[in-house]
Design a protein around this ligand. Structure first.
Ligand code: ZN
Length: 362
């Protein structure tokens, strides 16, 4: 299931919408339609598009500040609690993160101030107010929304902006991993509070927000854990080096014997010189046995077009490439194209479990 959809690209940043945001739009329109028919439904969708615009401007505040520190933003995700601009990398210094985190609320504050000014101007001219009944409600509603957005975003609940401010302050004292852990925990406490209030008041929106905050805090904590743990580690440092290879002309029967003889589940398939031709996964093998005979060569059933890693590939890139390959493992080849290792998801799990203890004790 895909949880977000791309709607546009602005200045190199893809704008994506989270499914829950669409649910919110639909629920809001339906609610308005029930109470006031098509006219009300249309007006509430127009209102939501303006809300969408205010949130986007807020996000582009973050994006513009990040760009000042040389950080690009591949995409921005809009969800019911605002938006998340996914920066290409983290700001290096906590002070930079602090400024990036504050830039969004600063934009929202400016929008709120402008709307407040507009309200003042409109107040004096009753003709303008009676001319369009929709506009009468639109400006105050947008003003209130931006104020709410500002206050909500400044709650010290990770992953909202206030949480990032908290993380930046904590990180400047005792490091990124510790700061993130504490900020994520504070975010989850807020999530439980939102959930409890949502259940007590029967607010569907608060329940969505509670779930979103909880999982976003969890995901951020895990991503930072992965990054901090994997710092300085390369594919060569994690891979299995004691591995069995199969030649392209090996039979499925030989592959089964190898599979049963050891722990290895995926086998790089090589030519006579030891150069990579493909990867035989356990699924390939099972499928091969189901449709062909045991004398079939592995070449006929292996996964092809496998792009191998090189030993020097950094941890995060290796992890990313393993994930996007859709394969359970990726072969690692040296400069002359010879297979020297195999990187599996298990290697990464082991590293994440074991390394924090090694780092702590060293
Ligand atoms: Zn923000």
């Amino acid at each position: 299931m895909r949880w977000s959809f791309k709607v546009a690209t602005v200045a190199g940043t893809e704008i994506k919408i989270h499914v829950t945001f669409l649910l919110l739009v639909g629920w809001w329109a339906f609610d308005a339609w029930q109470r006031g028919g098509m006219v009300a439904a249309r007006a509430s969708v127009v209102f939501l598009l303006l809300v969408f615009g205010c949130i986007l401007l807020h996000e582009f505040g973050h994006i513009a500040m990040a760009r000042r520190f040389g950080i690009r933003t591949p995409d921005v995700l809009l969800s019911p609690i605002g938006g998340v601009a996914r920066l290409e990398r983290m700001p290096e210094e906590p002070k930079q993160e602090l400024l990036v985190a504050l830039a969004g609320p600063a934009v929202t504050l400016a929008i709120a101030a402008a709307l407040w000014g507009l309200l003042r101007v409109l107040d004096g001219s009753s003709d303008l107010l009676t001319f369009d009944p929709l506009r009468l409600r639109l400006v105050p509603a947008l003003f209130q929304l931006n104020v709410a957005l500002l206050l909500f975003n400044l709650l010290p609940a990770f992953p909202m902006d206030g949480g990032r401010v908290l993380r930046a302050i904590l990180a400047s004292r005792k490091g990124l991993a510790w700061g993130t852990r504490i900020a994520a925990r504070v975010g989850q406490i807020f999530a439980f509070a939102f959930g409890a209030i949502g259940m007590y008041t029967g607010s569907f929106l608060l329940l969505i927000i509670a779930a979103f905050v909880y999982f976003a805090a969890e995901a951020e904590a895990r991503a930072v854990h992965t990054r901090v743990t994997g710092r300085g580690v390369t594919a060569g440092g994690m891979m299995i080096t004691d591995l069995k290879l199969l030649r392209v002309y090996a039979t499925l029967e030989e592959a089964v014997k190898l599979l049963l003889a050891g722990e290895q589940r995926e086998f790089p398939i090589v030519d006579n010189e030891g150069r990579l031709e493909g990867l035989l996964t356990r699924d390939d093998l099972v499928r091969g046995l189901a449709t062909a005979s045991a004398n079939t060569t592995v070449e006929q059933v292996m996964s092809r077009g496998v792009v191998p890693l090189t030993p020097g590939v950094p941890f995060e890139e290796a992890l990313q490439r393993l994930r996007t390959s859709g394969l359970p493992a990726l072969p690692v080849v040296n400069a002359s194209g010879l297979v020297v290792g195999l990187l599996t998801a298990d290697n990464i799990t082991d590293l994440l479990l074991v390394r924090p203890h090694l780092v702590k004790s060293s």
